[in-house]
Ligand binder design. Structure first.
Ligand SMILES: O=P(O)(O)O[C@H]1[C@H](O)[C@@H](O)[C@@H](O)[C@@H](O)[C@@H]1O
Ligand code: MG
Ligand code: MG
Length: 263
């Protein structure tokens, strides 16, 4: 499907795309898992987009992004992933991120370490922000408040200075680079639980730190995250990065969206 012509549909903005493949991959995953575990619950990006209620209960729940990096997929930019997390009692027990074009399988089980194609992963442990390579995303928001906040965050980080800022176009693969040590930090405002539920556990199991952008405990529904090589780097980024107003994933969808629309 990556090489084929695609029919592209829009969701929350002109940059928030979905294709028939996103929907089909999610249906394949959910039906196969439901056949084996009929009592389990699901939070799927495209099921939610089609109107299903987003609720993380204590029940065993699969949190699925069938294609993370749909804009990349549409353009054949070779960073496209499937992200699957499994949570019980609201705690992620295992996470899988498969970067399809690269054929890289990142995975982690709580307390069992993190792996890339079977090889153990370790975060860099870097504690000096001025020696960090930082990954982030611009996301699908195109309102002035979100864009000015995102670009001023990048400006402030570059002025610290940090070694560099990168964005692969898939939050899940971005965050996995912190687990490999290839990046020292990732931060993002506006992503969804399905983008980062799996990769957050992969970073933690690789010895990294995951928290909210305000320095509080990580909450996969808050739509704000920092993943870093160390607490020192995570806290330094929390001092510099500002968030724009964002409706939580588990809030009533009738409430306003991210950015200026939330005024
Ligand atoms: O490709 P998606 O599953 O929609 O996730 C994207 C998201 O749409 C975009 O806004 C950015 O946040 C990317 O980092 C996500 O991976
Ligand atoms: Mg995604
Ligand atoms: Mg997706």
């Amino acid at each position: 499907a990556f090489q084929q012509q695609k029919e592209v549909m829009l969701k929350s903005s002109p940059a928030d795309l979905v294709t028939e493949t996103d929907q089909r991959v999610e249906k394949i995953l959910i039906s196969a898992i439901r056949d084996k575990y009929p009592q389990h619950k699901f939070i799927g990006e495209e099921s939610v987009a089609a109107g299903e209620r987003l609720e993380l209960s204590d029940s065993p729940t699969w949190i699925i992004d069938p294609i993370d990096g749909t804009v990349n997929f549409v353009h054949r930019f070779p960073f496209v992933a499937i992200s699957i997390a499994f949570a019980v009692n609201k705690q992620t027990e295992f996470g899988i991120v498969y970067s399809c074009v690269e054929d890289k399988l990142y995975c982690a089980q709580r307390g069992g370490g993190a792996f890339l194609n079977g090889e153990p992963l370790h975060a860099s442990g870097q504690e000096d922000i001025s020696r960090c390579l930082v990954v982030t995303e611009i996301g699908a928001e195109r309102d002035d408040l979100a864009l000015s906040t995102m670009t001023s965050n990048i400006f402030r980080l570059l002025k610290l200075p940090v070694h560099g800022v990168r964005a692969l176009g898939t939050a899940a693969v971005d965050m996995c680079q912190v687990a490999t040590g290839g990046a020292d930090a990732y931060y993002h405002i506006g992503m969804h639980c399905w983008d980062i539920a799996a990769s957050a556990l992969i970073v933690q199991e690789a010895g990294g730190v995951v928290m909210d952008t305000d320095g509080s405990q990580f909450d996969m529904m808050s739509r704000k995250v920092i993943a870093a090589s160390s607490s020192a780097v995570a806290n330094r980024i929390a001092q510099v990065v500002q968030a724009f107003p964002c409706r939580r994933d588990d809030e009533d969808p009738s409430k306003s969206l991210c950015g200026a629309a939330s005024n």
